[in-house]
Structure formats: C-alpha cells, structure tokens
Design a protein around this ligand. Sequence first.
Ligand SMILES: Cc1cc2nc3c(=O)[nH]c(=O)nc-3n(C[C@H](O)[C@H](O)[C@H](O)COP(=O)(O)O)c2cc1C
Length: 430
Amino acid sequence: MMKFAGYSLTAPFTPIYPNILKNYSRLPFDIFKRNWTKSSSVSVHTQKDQVLANAVMVAEQYLPPWFSVAPMMDWTDNHYRTLARLISKHAWLYTEMLAAETIVYQKDNLDRFLAFSPEQHPIVLQIGGNNLENLAKATKLANAYNYDEINFNCGCPSPKVAGHGCFGVRLMLDPKFVGEAMSVIAANTDVPVSVKCRIGVDDHDSYNELCDFIYKVSSLSPTRHFIIHSRKALLNGISPAENRSIPPLKYEYFYGLLRDFPDLRLTINGGINCVDEVNAALRSGAHGVMVGRAAYHNPWHTLGHVDSTIYGAPKSGLTRRQVLEKYQVYGDSVLRKYGQKPGIRDVVKPLLHLFYTEPGNGLWKRKADAAFQHCTTIKSFFEETLGAIPDSVMDSPVMEPPSGRDDLFANVHSLLPPPYETTEQEVLYA
Ligand SMILES: Cc1cc2nc3c(=O)[nH]c(=O)nc-3n(C[C@H](O)[C@H](O)[C@H](O)COP(=O)(O)O)c2cc1C
C-alpha cells in the first residue's frame, strides 16, 4: 500500500492529535527501505521514487493535508496567508497562481513573487503555463524558496488564462501535454507535485473523460496528488465567478475517482463551506479537502476550527485581539517594501472579513475607509478603527463551529458513475 504525506492513502481519517504527533515522525515508511538516487532524467520510475521519498520528507515535518486553503488570485497573497497561519497552524496554504513566465521574466525580482515567512509552512506554490521550457525554469527558480509542493493549474477558466493564454483548464483537453509538463516540473524540484483541475470542460464532461485525464497524467508523470474542483468549466464567455457557481457540483465524480484510482491522493474542492462539511467529506473517504471562498470570506469561523476540529488539537483559546497584535508586527514590517507596495489597503485587505457578521463590523469598515486616506502604519490604522469592535468580540476565542449540511455527501455513494474501465493502450496511445 502506498504511503503518502504521513498516512496511508486508504487508512480512515482519525484526527487524534496526540497520537498523530507521537507517531508522526516514526510512521513505518516502506519506501525508506529503497535506495533513493536523485536523477535529472525524466524516467518515470526514478522520478516517481524520488517524489515518494520527498513526500515522506514533507510528511515528517507537517500533519497531512486534510484541510487546505485554495489558491485564489489576488486573495491568497502573502498577507492573507500570514493571517490564515496566525489562525490555523495546520491548514495547508496555497499561493495564488503564478504564471511560469512571470517567474522567468522577473528572475531578478523573485522575492516579491515567491518569498514567504517560514511560519507559512506547509505551503504549496501553484504555477500555470503551457511552455515546457518556462515551466522547467520557473520550477528551478522556485526551488530556492522551499515550497512544500508544486501544484500545476489545470482549472482556471478565465479568458486571459484559458482563452488567450491557452492554459489553465484548457489543458484538461491535452492530458499528454499535462503529463509531460508534470514530468518536467517534477524533474526540476525536490518536492512532490500535484495537479488542480475541474471535472471537465464544456462538452468534455463525462466521467470517463475525467478518468482518462487522471489516468494519463498519473501514468505519464510522477503526479500522485490531484485536487478536484468538482464542477466543470464552461469556456463560453461566462465570467470566472460564474464559472464557480453556474456549472453544478458533481461530488459523485470525485468519489468515483477515489474508488477507481486507489493509489492516488485525491483532494475534494468546491462548495464546501465549514469544518462540519470538511469532516463529512473526510468521513466519506476524501483524503483531503480544499476550501476557497469560505476560508477567505469568514476566516475566523472557518480556519479557527481547523486545528481542533479537523486535526484534533487542543483548542488554542486564541482571540482576535491576539491575532491582530501579531498581524500588526507583520504588517508594519512589510509596508512599502517594494516602492509604494504593499500599501495599507493591500495589507489590511484580508482583515476586512475577520469580523464577518459580528457586532461593530459595519462601523469598523466605515472607519477603515476613512483611515485608508491618511494612516501610514498598521499600528495607527488599528488605533483609529478597532474601537468600533466591542471588547467581547475582540477578546473571545472562537465559538462553536457553525453547523453545516451534514448530509452533503450522504447519498454520494449511491450516485457513483459506473467504474472506469479501459486498457492502458486505449488511453495512452489514443
Ligand atoms: C477570487 C478567486 C480567485 C481564484 N484563483 C484561483 C487560482 O489562482 N488558481 C486556482 O487553481 N483556482 C483559483 N480559484 C478557484 C479556487 O481555488 C477554488 O477552486 C474555487 O473557489 C472553488 O472552491 P470554493 O467553493 O471552496 O471556493 C479562485 C477562486 C476565487 C474565488
């Protein structure tokens, strides 16, 4: 049985924190018994072995990616990730997608795009692109920053990316290329690689086509981790936001993949709104759950429960005042680090959702609007605005988790598509 990221792929999810911590660094990894040699060749076997070895190295340091925060352009920047890490120690954090070309052309300015503080581990860099040479160069350049995994974007439907740019979700139509790209990325990094994709594109939306994609990419490259945004993308001109709500979610495709690809690590994504629903997905067999919008729009009540409810850690008792005190130190240290950037608005942006639905939230936002005009430090911004939030909100730890749709995955196993059946030759040489 393959082991990955510290736990057996088919083992049930058991968030018993003390046991995890006690046993984590001495889990029996059969693959340690093999003789690892790093090779720059793209031979599938040596690469796969290396990737597994690297996965174990990552596994020794962090708890498994049962919960991750999705990559979100303009949202999951360094500032948001700093806030997220102050609230949850164990959530895996993804960067925004960075085009390989940006990394390559900005190679003298890389800190601005790739640097992050060590506290942000475990952190995954998401890259996008369709040029093998640039993907190789970008991966190599990113190595110096020690990301824990490199993820390749095969899910973005934005016209700039999937239209004019011809990458993102459009790549789902060319799995052989994705296999090649993943081999190139893996050959240029020491950490595991993964793919984030949709369940289909336009009329290419059958379960079998999705399986062909997963099968080809995982056969042609060392990719063992796929994150499945469980709705298809429509490339008919609807906006990226509409592409995150109009195509229906089909969780049964995700659970079909779990059944049909037992050697892969599969993370479910799309429409999962709170830790209750995350736990429901894990109990139904998902190896990991990725949450996007809910983690951004309601960070306190989503991320605030991850360590205790998902990972079984003792409740931290952390308050928002404590989080903001630490964030202030961070914020004032990065203001205007690159000329005028980041400005106060950039640094404060992720905080604007910290008091979602709480008393004082509206007043705080109005005060923030005024303070943006003249405050030059985060300290002065907080002094001027935070009086709007009652002490009872500032000083209370996170409350009970909001209850979710317990039945979200209740029927999923009765809706599974017929099992994937195909011959290697049919798929790989099609
Ligand atoms: C503002 C925004 C930006 C996004 N940018 C990216 C991106 O850079 N890369 C990516 O793979 N997905 C991106 N996504 C999609 C999310 O990663 C995620 O798949 C999607 O929001 C569904 O998950 P959710 O329902 O939990 O939000 C973005 C989503 C949003 C809302």
